[in-house]
Design a protein around this ligand. Structure first.
Ligand SMILES: [Zn+2]
Length: 441
């Protein structure tokens, strides 16, 4: 118990330092590690030399210190993101590297999402759309967004449901907000055929060659590589698949264009990834739309992915948040699963679809070379859209707020969703959020 107590303090101290420094370079992490080690040693020494009475006192002191740390950590985190939950795996050796990964759900670009960015001179600027979440996103080493529609460019026209298309500038402004990994395997990616997909890939390769766009490929050659990102000395493989595409234009002739959720392919990709990476993340586009509970098929596939070697699974597509859970593994540390993060931004029609999740995960590598999740959180986000220019034909204000910045006043501004879902209110959003928090591990 004592060892566990000092371990806890050690971990909490590590978390504080992570928060204060923002988990930066390998060198900085090594320095953090050595100062942490000193603190841990002094606590351990003190405990081992104590008599029973002293030990009791020390334990009390330790828990006081821990409480202080938790309080301090709480305050810092409130300013930034939700409270971190400690994962089931305590570090088995000193921590040498860490990566803070964040992910958001579907950036589903209806007419209002794109048109509200249009400027008087005809250009597009999405800065306002992402500016409230940008300060959080920018704290991540890796920030992932699911671009739930093709960015085929203005030359293909701005299109809304059912065959979406948006402009390239959304990519530029997602990057400006801090996102540096784009998920593209989703059911709308072939809405504009191969042309839309190729336009999107060309835009990213030309303008942001260092930003991985996952789950789609312009050539067969490109489809043979396993994407691995190295950050702070941790190699992370990232795999993205979709259950299907609504349209299949061109896919018969070129099956490599989109990564589909096929079990044999996933298993073989994960096995290849294990040779190349310390940690494997799968981003499946899966599940049942508008269902806040993962289907039995999704749960079964998550278990299989975990057994094949996925360490973290972050799902998208249902447009509502689904719970977070740990899947135990016989011969490895448990796998963390966010079944669905809901919508990041959309112009959908129900209160539930306005509430999105932001996964915040700290991945660590210890001195034994093991890499696993130290802690995780879910921040809640609210899509707000509003009409302030009568008869415009689309909502001219569209943005996403962190939960802490949303308010009853904003909800009553009024949120444009009220015309589609009259039951919408701040209180209802809060109920859905509180209920989901109780269902997340
Ligand atoms: Zn989808």
């Amino acid at each position: 118990m004592r060892a566990k107590g000092s371990f806890k303090i050690w971990m909490l101290m590590f978390m504080i330092i992570l928060i204060m420094t923002g988990c930066t370079s390998q060198n900085q992490n090594s320095e953090q590690h050595s100062s942490l080690e000193n603190k841990t040693e002094s606590v351990t020494e003190k405990e081992s030399n104590s008599s029973e009475e002293e030990t009791a006192q020390d334990t009390e002191e330790s828990s006081e210190i821990a409480e202080e740390i938790v309080t301090e950590s709480d305050t810092t985190m409130e300013e930034t993101t939700a409270m971190m939950q400690t994962g089931p795996t305590a570090p088995e050796a000193p921590i040498v590297n860490s990566v803070r990964l964040m992910a958001v759900g579907d950036n589903l670009m209806h007419l209002s999402n794109t048109m509200s960015a249009k400027q008087p001179d005809g250009s597009f600027d999405f800065t306002y759309h992402f500016q409230h979440v940008a300060p959080i996103i920018q704290q991540a080493d890796i920030a992932v967004v699911n671009q739930e529609c093709v960015m085929g460019g203005i030359e293909l026209g701005i299109q809304t449901y059912p065959c979406f298309n948006t402009v390239y500038e959304v990519g530029r402004d997602l990057v400006k907000a801090g996102f540096n990994v784009i998920l593209a395997a989703n059911n709308h990616i072939l809405d504009q055929g191969e042309t839309g997909l190729q336009n999107m890939i060309r835009y990213w390769k030309t303008n942001y060659p260092d930003i991985p766009v996952l789950g789609i490929h312009d050539t067969e050659e490109d489809s043979k590589t396993i994407p691995v990102i190295e950050k702070n000395g941790i190699r992370i493989a990232m795999l993205n698949y979709t259950y299907d595409t609504n349209l299949k234009n061109g896919i018969e002739e070129k099956p490599y264009l989109v990564e589909y959720l096929e079990e044999d392919k996933i298993e073989s990709d994960i096995k290849k990834a294990k040779e190349m990476a310390d940690f494997i993340i799968v981003f499946p586009h899966w599940g049942e739309e508008y269902n806040d509970t993962p289907t039995p098929e999704v749960q079964e596939l998550a278990k299989k992915m975990a057994d094949w070697g996925a360490d973290l699974i972050i799902g998208a597509h249902p447009h509502v948040i689904e719970p977070v859970e740990w899947i135990p593994r016989a011969n490895d540390k448990p796998t963390l699963v966010y079944y669905s993060l809901g919508n990041f931004q959309s112009e959908q029609f129900r209160t539930e679809q306005m509430l999105g999740g932001l996964a915040d995960v700290t991945i660590i590598k210890d001195e034994n070379g093991d890499t696993y999740v130290l802690n995780h959180a879910m921040e809640y986000l609210v899509t707000h859209y509003q009409l302030t220019i009568p008869d415009l034909g689309y909502y001219n204000i569209v943005t996403t707020y962190p939960w802490e910045q949303y308010s009853p006043e904003l909800a009553a501004a009024p949120h444009g969703i009220i015309s589609k879902d009259p039951t919408f209110s701040y209180e209802k959003l809060d109920q859905i959020r509180t209920n989901m928090m109780s269902r997340c591990q």
